[in-house]
Design a protein around this ligand. Sequence first.
Ligand SMILES: Nc1ncnc2c1ncn2[C@@H]1O[C@H](COP(=O)(O)OP(=O)(O)O)[C@@H](O)[C@H]1O
Ligand SMILES: Cc1cn([C@H]2C[C@H](O)[C@@H](COP(=O)(O)OP(=O)(O)O)O2)c(=O)[nH]c1=O
Length: 228
Amino acid sequence: MLEAPKTNRARFITFEGGEGVGKSTQVKRLLANLHRLSIEAIRTREPGGTPRAEAIRSFILQGRSESWGAGAEAVLFAAARLDHVTQLIEPNLQAGTWVISDRFHDSTRAYQGLTGGVDDKLIRGLETLALDGHTPDLTIILDMDPEVAFKRVALRAVEDGLAQTGDRFEKEELDWHKRLREGFLAIARNNPDRCVVITAEQSEDTLEAAVWDAVCQRFPELLRGSQA
Ligand SMILES: Nc1ncnc2c1ncn2[C@@H]1O[C@H](COP(=O)(O)OP(=O)(O)O)[C@@H](O)[C@H]1O
Ligand SMILES: Cc1cn([C@H]2C[C@H](O)[C@@H](COP(=O)(O)OP(=O)(O)O)O2)c(=O)[nH]c1=O
């Protein structure tokens, strides 16, 4: 085992993008790469990550809040996020453990805000409330043509033995997913210091290497540690 690098502090990394672009796969691979350097790290997801946030996840993804409208759903996602930040993310970062989250606040901005039409003022207010100062140190946006991603999601459903794919957001029309993709790219353009866009239409291994490059470029202390 390599000696753990001397990092200044634990980092908070988020993965974002549309459905089926490979976020969960890459979150697991990044976690394994950090563990290989003996770095304490956990993975989590949104919506979810804590029992209360998982309860909100089930409620939304089963479609029970669909008729409430995108604004109310943005509030629900933010409520789940507030619990996730205060109960899991912040305590782990404080304890020196890196946190990698499969989706975070950019998903609310992209799905409910830029695609769902929720007013930017509400989205920004919810971010201030739920993040409590915990803006990610790095956000990796996996980008690909939604048509190709759809095929992956369909395959995943077959692998999982499901007759039909998807929660309620996966069922939206292709045009909606194209606007979602543009939304994530706009977020990246507006936050160049935080976000890195990586094309997801490459093999899992190649993508893993591209993610690792991006992480090491942002946190060069990782490489210094591994060469020690
Ligand atoms: N780079 C890749 N190339 C081809 N298929 C992939 C790739 N990454 C993931 N997959 C497959 O695509 C499906 C969706 O991947 P997943 O990581 O769950 O995406 P997401 O979390 O973004 O929805 C899974 O069946 C997974 O095995
Ligand atoms: C975190 C978050 C997720 N979502 C949506 C995105 C996904 O469709 C769904 C989460 O389901 P999930 O199964 O985790 O999707 P994926 O495998 O594509 O990551 O919730 C929002 O609409 N707003 C949010 O703030």
